[in-house]
Design a protein around this ligand. Structure first.
Ligand code: ASP
Length: 413
């Protein structure tokens, strides 16, 4: 009963810590132990169930919140300003993240100390799907407009976002005549949010299971070998998440880091545990509206869009990883080549869907743009699970900060 006295926020934190400690214990017991095998089996079931529940509400939530958000904002003539501030914020913070990543990688040169021979086998056995910049761009554009029923069924968040945007605008242009549909959408959105509230009651257990799995199955040997790269990525990502973004938030809106953390905690911990901005989206929206008091119309637009295109953590990672690979294969990237990395890393982050290790797939394009071997992904993949936790957390943080900044700016305007 003591549990029910703790706030949900604290229960989630407790779940994450308990999961980490139990995972560590199971790792010590070794893979052969029956306790460890059974424990992992249960954790996997529970963790997947929780993520499945979040994904279940994801698409209806994205669809209704964008339609309602856009319709209401357009009705209040604020849509233009919201668009502009949102896009400027997304681009500027991602650019900052890539610059930080490039600076850190140039300063610390991770990968220089490692002999390439160590990874040759892994690279030879890895077939990377080729993706050049023009191909990537065409693919990205093509994925924007889809049959909405297919997009909804396949969970293609970006295409759902676009269709919902257009439908929202049409609802306003259509005016009074379509009042009923708008009301229907509004009520549907409220119902879905009620479901999210129920799912969140399971969050402490779900997160405990996910973190347990993460800690218990980590390949610590490989992490130790690539420690310099891991440390550079994690500390630079944290610098962006703990210093840069909170500072921007404070300077632009006056919201203190502590207040932000209090309101954003549920979403940040869920992002860390699931490594998926998309799966976290229902929680992110809830935090923005209920804890950080962002208006539903603003949050309903900025957060779903941000979950698919605004990824500071991923952008930063792609830049550091590209320089790491260059060091590993003994190539010195010129300033011009680093500028190409800058642009492609941003594009790669925007194009990556919010699912675990998505950044790894779009990474191929960054490597190829400067002539680095795409097979080097084989070196990065085994340690990605751990790096993805922090990068997803910062991706989600960027969306929440963005919604607060946008809300502040349209109030002023
Ligand atoms: N897992 C990240 C996210 O969902 C994407 C990535 O792999 O960088 O935000």
């Amino acid at each position: 009963m003591a549990m029910s006295k703790l706030s949900l926020n604290n229960q989630i934190l407790l779940g994450a810590v308990t999961g980490a400690l139990t995972g560590f214990w199971l790792a010590q017991l070794g893979q052969e132990s029956a306790i460890s095998q059974n424990g992992l089996y249960v954790a996997k079931l529970a963790g997947t169930l929780f993520t499945d529940l979040l994904k279940m509400v994801l698409i209806p939530l994205v669809f209704t919140s964008i339609v309602v958000g856009v319709a209401n904002l357009r009705a209040h003539q604020q849509m233009n300003r919201v668009w502009q501030v949102t896009l400027i914020f997304f681009m500027a913070t991602m650019a900052l993240a890539v610059m930080l990543g490039l600076a850190a990688a140039n300063l610390f040169q991770p990968g220089r100390e490692l002999p390439i021979a160590m990874f040759q086998d892994a690279m030879q056995n890895f077939q990377a799907t080729q993706m050049s910049l023009p191909e990537f761009f065409a693919h990205f554009l093509h994925s924007l407009f889809q049959n909405p029923v297919a997009a909804l069924a396949q969970g293609n968040v970006l295409a759902v976002v676009i269709f919902a945007l257009l439908l929202g605008i049409a609802l306003v242009v259509g005016g009074e005549r379509y009042r009923n549909i708008l009301t229907l959408m509004q009520e549907f959105l409220e119902l879905i949010l009620m479901l999210v509230g129920w799912i969140m009651r399971l969050a402490p257990l779900g997160i405990m299971a996910l973190v347990l799995q993460l800690v218990a199955t980590q390949d610590t040997g490989l992490l130790a070998v690539m420690i310099k790269f891991v440390v550079v990525v994690l500390s630079t990502t944290l610098l962006h998440g703990v210093v840069v973004l909170p500072l921007i938030l404070y300077l632009m809106t006056g919201v203190t880091p502590y207040k932000f953390w209090q309101g954003a905690r549920e979403a940040l911990i869920t992002a860390m545990a699931t490594s998926s901005s998309a799966a976290t989206l229902p929680v992110t929206l809830r935090c923005a509206e209920q804890h950080l008091h962002v208006k539903r119309d603003v949050a309903g637009f900025v957060i779903p869009l941000g979950a698919t295109v605004n990824m500071d953590g991923t952008a930063l990672y792609e830049a550091v990883a590209a320089l790491f690979v260059a060091n590993l294969v003994g190539v010195e990237l010129t300033v011009l080549q680093q500028m190409i990395v800058f642009v492609t890393a941003m594009l790669a982050a925007m194009g990556a869907p919010g699912i675990p290790s998505a950044g790894m797939v779009t990474m191929v394009m960054v490597l190829q743009s400067v002539g680095l071997p795409a097979e080097a992904i084989a070196v990065l993949l085994p340690i990605d699970r751990i790096l993805d936790t922090v990068r997803t957390m910062v991706n989600v943080e960027g969306d929440l900060v963005g919604s607060l900044v946008v809300q502040h700016w349209i109030r002023r305007g």
